[in-house]
Design a protein around this ligand. Sequence first.
Ligand code: DLL
Length: 433
Amino acid sequence: MERYFHPEIECASREQIRAWQDAGLVKTVAHVYKNVPYYRNLMDQKGVKPEDIKSVDDLHKLPFISKDDLREAYPYGMLALPVSEAVRIQSTSGTTGRRVVAFYTQHDLDLWEDCCARAIVAAGGTKEDVVHVCYGYGLFTGGPGLNGGSHKLGSLTLPMSSGNTDRQIQFMCDLGSTILCCTPSYAAFLAESICERGLKDQIKLKAGIFGAEAWSEEMRQDIQNKLGIKAYDIYGLTEIAGPGVAFECSEQTGMHINEDHFIAEIIDPKTGEVLPEGEKGELVFTTITKEAFPMIRYRTRDICVLTREKCSCGRTHVKMSKPMGRSDDMLIVKGVNVFPSQIETVLLNKGYPANYQIVVSRENNSDILDVQVEMTPEMFSDAVSEVSTRERELVGALKSMLGIYANVKLVAPKTITRSEGKAVRIIDKRNLY
Ligand code: DLL
């Protein structure tokens, strides 16, 4: 049995998980109420006292925390211990407003790395594996998280960080990397580069652990086929820990949330009302084991579904679906909700690579949706006259998926900038007006 598969935890009964969560919640609420004045004020405003929280059934009484709260409390306002107790910060990649800074004690780091080790084991990892980590290192949690998880497992860890694709591929071949950890968009780019160089036979990869951004089932198939691996999803966010909050197992049908550390709820993003299992809504997390930066009912903005259906891997922890986009990433174009993942599904189904750019603009008070799509080299070498036929076909397919008209422009292979971290798929020019 692998060191980081703990059946007594990951396959525990619902009653046992509930008991951990009840106890962890009571302790965490008392801790933040005592030590985080910002949160104490939020609770006081709602008229809730720590004694009112006796079990998970009382969770709904507590106020939510949002990214705006964390920005307001920046930098130390949400730290629940003296600075001298914290040993590390990580930070979000936020491009607007103040960054969010999360703090960790040594104990917090240990638990986070355990979560990442569990994810690697669930993807078939053992001590014998060579784990190639090309998530970014530094403030981003991707590199440090998977690096720590791989160390815990005792696997040889390659702290590659992102970029320098030639060196990535060379190390992969020379050192015999077996598990690749990076964003799915970078995995797709690496797969493309490996195939182009005719090196597929020289790599020993068997699995990939890809997350930090939304990716479709079609993209999974594409990466799996190109690299001859199994591609597993991993989810997390800096505010809650980093990668490893949830991860996929051999079933590849959603990600088990580490319920001995996090309580998950799904709420209606408009009303804040808690929704029953199986309904789609915004994912909210409460941490129950963190010391430095506990979060109570943190609104992730990620839209997904939770399910407790029996999983063939034996794990009993609740599963979250792939996030269907973020409530704040969702575009509203001509009054219709558009998620980039819907566009990606259409493109990959029609044989296009996952290299595309969505541009939304406004003219004469009307929204315009432009989608630039890269062709494969084979498509590109076909007769020019076929391009307009192809474009028309995509316009039709997008119309039936989205319900609105999109202008499609096919562009030559390698025209769209590749990403080494999270891909930037959307340019919304309307915000600039
Ligand atoms: O992206 C942590 C991470 C690193 C997860 C490496 C997985 C692998 P942040 O930069 O704080 O943290 O961004 C968190 O990224 O709220 C989601 O919107 C999105 N996200 C993370 N994982 C996934 C995933 C890291 N598997 C935000 N699928 C989250 C879709 C994801 N979106």
